[in-house]
Design a protein around this ligand. Structure first.
Ligand code: AKB
Length: 322
């Protein structure tokens, strides 16, 4: 991508988008990073660079922005996550698939573009080996979200093989961040627990205490995303989506880590429908292919993530008070 070319981030108001826009605008300058979201935004996203109110279902509007702004890289982050998708089945399928088709078709038509599309550990299901889940294995997802992500992976690979679309993807684990809250996921508890620990000193978890899930701190996830997008095309051997591992932990383990900083913190457990989703997903991930192909190495463990999360959330609360 030359310095005259620009980047478009669709779904920029969400959990990943908020951090990605921030990192890219800091690195490249505000003007080159176009933020877009179906909802109008306030503050940083609008003030630090161009912003468009865009629906990913509107392929023509996306194509117009891409053509008018010399966009070469597109990050398609708009999606309904696992818990919401179970409640809004048809809408989740439509949004998660049509948005992807719109962007892949634009890339196919215009040529010379690079697309990032997020997949998820939700592509795996109850028949998948749950510990150290391999890159290539049985994949029979039982959630609406997982089915849409698995189908999306097949389409990404198809568009690469048939039409040469340079599409790249990561199977994100649960993502933990302090800038923006996630919405509608099964792994969301691992963000909320930090907020509630600071605000109330207690947390009522919707998963059982021993439910291990793959997770990752957002700075690692953003770095992985940019390393994948900036890698030479010949290094990207997998065009469906890469397994990516960070940290695996249970609600009890993260609560114990928080207690090291907030000794009075209490956790209780009241599993709901999200328990069945979590039970169908891996407990840990083997990401050897990401390590070998484009050099992936995670930095954060549970202790360093917890220290950093609490520091930033405390700072945000202090600056909100003043
Ligand atoms: C979710 O919980 O739905 C997401 C995911 C693992 O993709 N965070």
């Amino acid at each position: 991508m030359s310095s005259a070319d620009n980047i478009l981030i669709l779904g920029s108001g969400g959990q990943i988008g908020t951090d990605l826009v921030h990192t890219l605008r800091t690195e490249l300058g505000g003007d080159r990073v176009i933020a877009a979201d179906v909802k109008d935004q306030e503050g940083y996203l609008k003030e630090s660079g161009p912003f468009f109110k865009l629906d990913v279902m509107d392929g023509q509007a996306i194509a117009d922005v891409i053509k008018a702004n010399k966009v070469k890289h597109v990050y398609l982050l708009a999606a309904l996550l696992s818990a919401t998708a179970e409640q809004k089945m048809k809408m989740a399928w439509k949004l998660n698939m049509e948005g992807l088709f719109n962007v892949l078709d634009i890339a196919k038509e215009l040529g010379g573009m690079r697309i990032f599309w997020p997949s998820s550990i939700a592509v795996f299901g109850p028949t998948t080996p749950r510990v150290n889940t391999p890159q290539f294995t049985t994949m029979e997802p039982t959630t609406v979200y997982g089915i849409s992500k698995q189908a999306g992976e097949r389409w990404c690979e198809y568009y690469f093989n048939k039409f040469g679309v340079d599409v790249r993807s990561i199977r994100y684990p649960g993502l933990i961040s302090y800038k923006a809250q996630p919405g509608g996921g099964t792994t969301d508890y691992a963000v909320d627990i930090y907020h509630q620990a600071l605000d109330k000193g207690s947390y009522n978890c919707f998963l059982k205490e021993d439910t291990a899930l793959p997770m990752m701190y957002m700075p690692d996830a953003i770095r992985a995303t940019l390393e994948l997008m900036n890698a030479d095309a010949d290094k990207i051997k997998i065009r469906s989506s890469y397994n990516l591992a960070g940290i695996s932990f249970t609600p009890r383990e993260i609560a114990n880590e928080i207690k090291k900083h907030i000794p009075e913190f209490q956790i209780s457990y009241e599993p709901d429908f999200r328990q069945a989703i979590a039970d169908s997903w891996p407990m840990s991930i083997d990401d050897t292919r990401a390590q070998d192909d484009w050099g992936w190495v995670p930095y954060y463990d549970m202790a360093s993530m917890t220290k950093d999360m609490l520091l930033h959330l405390k700072e945000a609360r202090m600056s909100a008070e003043h």
